[in-house]
Write a protein that binds this ligand. Structure first.
Ligand SMILES: [Zn+2]
Length: 279
């Protein structure tokens, strides 16, 4: 039987600057309502600066039963930071989220899946800071950030940090995370359904979204990282809730922390990996 899909969301402030209206608290609360109506709990990766600006919102998210993970202190790629800056900012973000929610923070997701060969030093820092798992690797070549050659199923880094990589589905020559973000939003449902058939063969499939994916009222601005693709970030937003409903129709998976425990019990990690040895 195909494994259920876990809901994950990256809670970040998508505005280019503060002259734009603040949208994510309103949209996040709509998402919370949608999930509560369906008894879905997932993992919400929160940017440290967002938790600093809106601690009540983060407490609300946690009170709904969602796991809170860290989505970096600032929403910048890991590759743009040196190790010391990464260490101090990540420690600050983890401590703040733990302070705000009263729960340990065990999961980390790199902005834009920027855990890549050039930033792999971050794995040791995450282990030292007490994270249990990361969900930061896109295990294929990708025009933005990718880690070609990384395992496509959950795996252990040599220091014992678990990695839950982005579930990929190959349609043609491309292997991309069709179950999340812009791919999920712009693709017609039949293609998502097809992709879903492939990725649910992964023991821990998950989708990922952002508040802006649902935000039909956000004013357009050309997101620089997205280049000529920027208009795609605004496509099909009004269909997101309905699409997510279809994706989760057969029930959603538990938050990633719980899925990780299940995967360990189910022997998903091989014994050498579980001991933290390199294969
Ligand atoms: Zn992000």
């Amino acid at each position: 039987m195909a494994a259920p899909i876990t809901f994950t969301l990256d809670l970040e402030d998508h505005r280019p600057d503060e002259s734009f209206p603040l949208r994510y608290p309103t949209v996040m609360r709509r998402v919370l309502e949608f999930l509560a109506e369906r008894n879905i709990t997932g993992t919400i990766f929160v940017v440290g600066e967002v938790a600093q600006a809106e601690p009540d919102l983060i407490r609300e998210v946690a009170a709904h039963g969602h796991e809170i993970g860290l989505h970096a202190w600032r929403h910048v790629p890991v590759t743009s930071l040196d190790e010391e800056t990464f260490r101090s900012e990540t420690a600050k973000g983890k401590a703040l989220l733990e302070d705000v929610t009263g729960h340990p923070v065990e999961g980390y997701r790199a902005p834009t899946f920027s855990l890549v060969p050039a930033s792999v030093w971050a794995v040791d820092v995450l282990g030292e800071l007490g994270f249990t798992y990361s969900s930061s690797v896109l295990p294929a070549p990708n025009p933005l950030f990718g880690f070609p050659g990384a395992p496509r199923h959950p795996f252990m880094w040599p220091n014992g940090l678990a990695e839950l990589p982005t579930p990929l589905a190959g349609l043609g020559p491309l292997n991309v995370p069709y179950l999340g973000g812009t791919y999920f939003r712009i693709l017609p449902w039949p293609l998502v359904a097809l992709a879903r058939r492939f990725v649910t063969s992964s023991p821990v499939p998950w989708t990922y979204v952002h508040p802006y994916d649902f935000d039909t009222e956000e004013r357009y601005w050309p997101v620089p990282d997205a280049g000529r693709m920027a208009p795609l970030l605004w496509v099909n937003r009004k269909r997101m809730f309905a699409k997510l409903d279809r994706l989760m129709a057969k029930g959603a998976g538990a938050p990633l922390r719980e899925r990780l425990d299940e995967a360990r019990r189910g022997g998903v990690f091989n014994p050498a990996e579980a001991r933290g040895e390199q294969r």
